[in-house]
Design a protein around this ligand. Structure first.
Ligand code: BYC
Length: 328
């Protein structure tokens, strides 16, 4: 066969593989690690899943900061459990990502070198105990809205990881709301603390759901591949519609003078989001970007001896096995 004929056969084959793949997506079948997939599908999944994993790991930092200062043993235990869950989420997601042919070391390297993004929301400081309430209520609340549709995403390992993650996120959201409720039923100063936390976390929580659909470069393709099941704007609206009545229950005021119920659309209208602030944070210029990266890189460097010791131990075990097999 000539080189041109060979090339044609190759193109035809990949076209038919692509057609089978598209059909499977249309049939809502899960794509599994050993299945054929377009290179772009693989890469965009590595991008989103790894960013998601990094967000869970960096997301432990703002709350970890409060474990030793939680106001009671019960609060400490709950916060500790929540932060541990986040480590677990990061680990399932790194594992899901590795099934796409990238190693854990490469993923860490992308985070530590600043090549990979993580959620903008974790670049804001946690200055009072009420921030633990606001993060659970708003940030985990937004995360659930974003992640429940991902339980139905087309890539099997990601979809399955999301089922457990979402169950745990529900507990996280509840513990946050309960902290807010206690503060709002407490003294005037405690209620003020809750309002102040809502004022600081409201807008970043809306930004967390990503740029508007008109600015979102990946949404169109990701919706076609059923990686994303809802657009950024749809999720944001859902989050607002769900959260405003919760703020009413708490007796708190959402810091948006333009927020009002729209009878016609059946949704809340809301004010202008400061997208300039969002992009500054995404580009590394948020209030805590440097602190977060220093914490992660520092932890990686301080852990070198543990990784070296684990490798040396594994090698010794392997040598032992080989030697005892030789002796038989
Ligand atoms: N922050 O085309 P777009 C948690 C980037 S952790 C930073 O709309 P896409 C928790 C985006 O990456 C939960 N960057 O992108 C943990 C893209 O840049 P690149 C985190 C953002 O992917 C601890 C560019 O902007 N959740 O719950 O279609 C404690 C254009 O955006 C952000 C997930 O990761 C952002 N907020 O949609 C408590 C969920 N938004 O990559 C809680 C999974 C956008 O081209 N991810 N960018 O350089 C997703 O659902 C989607 O990736 C997003 C963005 C909706 C976030």
């Amino acid at each position: 066969m000539s080189e041109a004929q060979l090339k044609n056969t190759g193109t035809e084959r990949s076209r038919s593989l692509e057609e089978i793949f598209e059909q499977r997506i249309a049939n809502d079948e899960k794509i599994e690690p050993k299945d054929w997939m377009p290179e772009k599908y693989r890469k965009t999944h590595i991008r989103q899943i790894s960013q998601h994993a990094h967000s869970e790991i960096v997301g432990m930092l703002p709350e970890g900061n409060w474990i030793t200062r939680a106001p009671s043993l019960r609060r400490k235990v709950a916060l500790l459990a929540k932060v541990q869950d986040e480590a677990g989420h990061g680990l399932y997601l790194y594992s899901a990502c590795e099934t796409l042919g990238i190693s854990r070391d490469e993923l860490y390297d992308q985070l530590h070198s600043g090549k990979a993004k993580y959620s903008s929301i974790f670049n804001y400081p946690t200055v009072t105990w009420a921030d633990m309430g606001a993060i659970g209520w708003l940030v985990d609340g937004a995360a659930i809205i974003n992640q429940v549709p991902l339980c139905n995403t087309s890539y099997g390992p990601y979809a399955r990881a999301m089922i457990r993650v979402c169950k745990e996120e529900s507990f996280h959201q509840r513990q946050g709301f309960e902290i807010m409720m206690s503060l709002c039923n407490g003294t005037e100063v405690q209620k003020q603390m809750a309002q102040d936390a809502l004022n600081r976390w409201w807008w970043p929580s809306l930004m967390m759901l990503g740029p508007t659909d008109s600015e979102s470069v990946h949404t169109e393709q990701s919706m076609k591949w059923k990686l994303k099941r809802k657009t950024n704007d749809e999720l944001r609206q859902q989050f607002i519609d769900q959260t405003v009545p919760q703020a009413d229950i708490l007796g708190l005021t959402i810091p948006d003078p333009d927020l009002k119920w729209n009878e016609e659309t059946g949704h809340y209208d809301f004010g202008e989001i400061d997208w300039e602030e969002f992009w500054q944070v995404v580009k590394g210029h948020g209030p805590c970007n440097k602190e977060r990266m220093n914490a992660r890189v520092g932890a990686w460097e301080r852990g070198t001896w543990v990784r070296d010791a684990a490798m040396a131990y594994a090698e010794k075990q392997q040598d032992k096995k080989v030697n005892s097999a030789k002796a038989v």
